[in-house]
Design a protein around this ligand. Structure first.
Ligand code: NAG
Ligand code: NAG
Length: 416
């Protein structure tokens, strides 16, 4: 035992010495080996992320003309990585924005939960890449680096940002696996975030009946067309009075490890008001009120690829994160010269295809004559042929991995 304590003390001193130049950087330095938390923090983690996600969602909604896909969980992780190294004043502010507690050991548990949600499997192709790209000429604080890497918050990568724009552009394209986003490269670093999803439904949509069908606006005027996938299956559903929306849950993967919730508006309310009314508590209430239907429901959803590239710097500025991008003092404990990130861009791509693991077996005709057991307002169908909202959740923690609004049909009709 004595030996262990001695070893711990020695490594601790080693850490202190190696960070002499960052002597004032102390608020979040801790030795994770001394943490011991024997408590289920899933619910606390979830409510912490939801507090952060909803304002983010509203800002993106307003800036995107209500057609986007966003990866909120990933932004939460990256902002946490920034906070862990920020100057004490900014750090307090960011921890508050993230709703994380002061106790570094608790935060570590949150990080463990947050960073283990998007793990690819045979049936669900999901990938989240979080990179902080620093200029070659910066020296990174090893304590902060160890903390973000050991907690898998992000990868630290180098590029000649200051002196070789072409090599930097190529590196950015490689990391984003996309064409070069519009970036401000005036600082010493940029933050790059990508999230891709293409999963197999637990129950497949019928592949024989994908048809081109009209897509309407909320006033029921045709605004274009989509390839609609159909299936008849039992599912959990609920009605949200506040959002005047019908909600259905469709599981993804063999064990239903992920869930996609779709919502269509059936009341007389516009989409912007719906976005304005969503809160973290409301989302939790909706999740808690999902009820299985006793009989199959007719489900129809457009087959689609939706992709967004979001300027997260601007979105975070909406949430009052302003100094980070302009004041070198904020990131002076992260690197020397200060990291001073000038861009933070997120690309999210989500594919909804008809493929699934299990065939939807036809139910006997008699099943359709029975009651659904659900709120009658839900009827016995869920048809997403007009603007709808949806979100990809991890079934274990209900962390929100992707959140989207679909209002722009793939095909436009040429007027005669
Ligand atoms: C790039 O960022 C810097 C500071 O972060 C800012 O002063 C400058 O105006 C930005 N440039 C553009 C083109 O937005
Ligand atoms: C959708 O699934 C079909 C097979 O049903 C496949 O051929 C196609 O490439 C898939 N599309 C995407 C975007 O994954």
């Amino acid at each position: 035992m004595k030996k262990i304590i001695l070893a711990l003390l020695l490594t601790w001193c080693g850490v202190q010495i190696s960070t002499q130049q960052y002597r004032q950087f102390s608020p979040s330095i801790y030795d994770s080996r001394l943490c011991y938390i024997n408590q289920d923090l899933t619910a606390a983690f979830r409510s912490s992320t939801y507090q952060f996600i909803l304002p983010l969602y509203k800002s993106v909604g307003a800036r995107s003309n209500l057609n986007f896909v966003l990866s909120p969980n990933s932004v939460w992780i990256i902002v946490a990585a920034i906070a862990e190294g920020a100057d004490p004043v900014t750090q307090q502010k960011l921890f508050q924005l993230l709703s994380v507690p002061k106790d570094p050991c608790v935060r570590q548990v949150y990080y463990q939960l947050a960073t283990t949600r998007a793990l690819p499997s045979n049936d669900v192709n999901i990938k989240n890449t979080r990179v902080w790209l620093f200029d070659d000429g910066t020296t990174i604080n090893p304590t902060w680096h160890d903390l973000v890497v050991s907690n898998s918050l992000l990868e630290v990568v180098r590029a000649p940002i200051r002196h070789n724009p072409i090599a930097t552009a190529n590196e950015i394209k490689r990391i984003m696996s996309a064409s070069l986003p519009r970036l401000n490269l005036s600082g010493n670093s940029v933050i790059l975030d990508t999230m891709d999803y293409n999963g197999l439904w637990s129950t497949a949509f019928a592949d024989a009946v994908i048809e081109r069908a009209p897509f309407y606006n909320l006033q029921r005027e045709t605004i274009g067309a989509v390839d609609i996938m159909r299936v008849q299956r039992r599912a959990r559903m609920t009605y949200s009075e506040k959002l005047q929306a019908k909600i259905i849950e469709l599981p993804v993967g063999a064990d239903g490890r992920y869930r996609i919730l779709f919502g269509t508006i059936i009341g007389n309310i516009d989409l912007a008001s719906v976005v304005g009314k969503v809160t973290g508590d409301l989302v939790l209430e909706i999740i808690g009120s999902l009820q299985p239907s006793l009989v199959p429901i007719d489900v129809a959803i457009p087959r689609m690829v939706i992709s967004s590239e979001i300027d997260m710097r601007v979105v975070l500025e909406d949430l009052a994160v302003k100094e980070l991008w302009t004041d070198p003092a904020v990131t002076r404990y992260i690197s020397n010269p200060p990291a001073l990130p000038s861009s933070f861009v997120q690309r999210t791509t989500l594919v909804l295809n008809n493929t699934g693991l299990e065939y939807a077996y036809p139910e006997p005709q008699s099943a359709y004559s029975t009651r659904t057991g659900l709120d009658p307002i839900l009827g016995r169908e869920f048809i997403a042929d007009r603007p709808f909202l949806f979100g990809l959740f991890d079934a274990e923690t209900w962390a929100c991995l992707m959140s989207a609004i679909y209002t722009k049909p793939t095909y436009t009709f040429v007027k005669k």
